[in-house]
Design a protein around this ligand. Structure first.
Ligand code: IPE
Length: 264
């Protein structure tokens, strides 16, 4: 059995894979290009993807992240539909890998993770490790999550990453890569020429709390936007795991990040 094997966790953000402005619309070229880069990396990898225009609008409509609320009409049906939308996006990706004869396996986060009084309890993630052992690419995604209090909410792809960082036993996460549709994290600057925005190229753990984040607003996001992401990044870094944010729209950034070559 493999022990202390390095694995990279890569998240393809929902707003990279889909067009946020149009329900259920995918960015065909971006998906194709991302997959080609991923299959070129022949080492242990766990792939996570977000919801974009598949998951967020439904989750928002039925207020899934706020939990069970009987005054919302058909909310439980909405829960089911939200899960299925994510499942569809996942199947779409799974099939693209299979068309290229790449062995992949989807894991439904809603059947793995369970929320127990604000803590997420995770059964041993041995299933994911065994998939890695036999060189299957595990793919997980933002999903709904059940709650021991008889309710539910959303578990974001970012949160899943943290749970994996915390719970993998035989594999050691060597880094987490977030491929998003922007160059990275922008802070406010006083330089008008730069549009009062500045891309941060490197941030140390201690600086994470004091970032003057630029407001690039994303309206459909039910899981906390960039603030939520920074919160998770902090928790991942605290485990001594480096985090990299890259622009997944760029032709070869995913491949370069996976192979530890320089990227912006
Ligand atoms: C959202 O997952 C999942 C649902 C809304 C059901 P994420 O929060 O990881 O998705 P993105 O990357 O922000 O789109």
């Amino acid at each position: 059995l493999r022990k202390n094997y390095e694995v990279i966790i890569l998240k393809l953000g929902g707003s990279l894979l889909t067009d946020k402005n149009k329900a259920f619309s995918i960015r065909e070229n971006v998906i194709e290009n991302s997959i080609n880069q991923i299959i070129n990396y022949k080492k242990p990898l766990i792939l996570i993807h977000g919801g974009g225009s598949f998951g967020h609008p439904l989750a928002k409509k039925y207020e899934i992240s706020k939990g069970l609320n009987t005054s919302i009409e058909n909310q439980v049906l909405g829960l089911s539909v939200t899960h299925e939308a994510m499942n569809k996006l996942n199947s779409l990706l799974i099939n693209k890998f299979l068309e290229k004869k790449i062995p992949v396996i989807p894991f439904q986060p809603s059947s793995i993770f369970f929320k127990n009084y604000e803590k997420i309890s995770t059964p041993p993630i041995g299933i994911i490790e065994t998939a890695l052992d036999i060189e299957l690419l595990p793919i997980l995604y933002g999903d709904i999550i059940f709650d021991a209090k008889g309710s539910f909410s959303i578990i974001s792809g970012d949160k899943i990453i943290f749970e994996l960082c915390k719970n993998l036993q035989r594999y050691k996460v060597s880094k987490v890569i977030f491929a998003i549709e922007k160059d990275g994290i922008f802070i406010r600057s006083n330089n008008k020429e730069e549009g009062n925005l500045k891309l941060v190229s490197e941030i140390s753990y201690n600086e994470l709390d004091n970032l003057k984040l630029a407001n690039l607003g994303s309206k459909i996001d039910v899981t906390g936007g960039i603030r939520g992401k920074i919160d998770i990044i902090k928790r991942i870094c605290k485990k001594n795991i480096p985090v990299q944010i890259i622009n997944g729209m760029k032709e070869d950034f995913i491949m370069k990040a996976l192979k530890s070559k320089d990227v912006i």
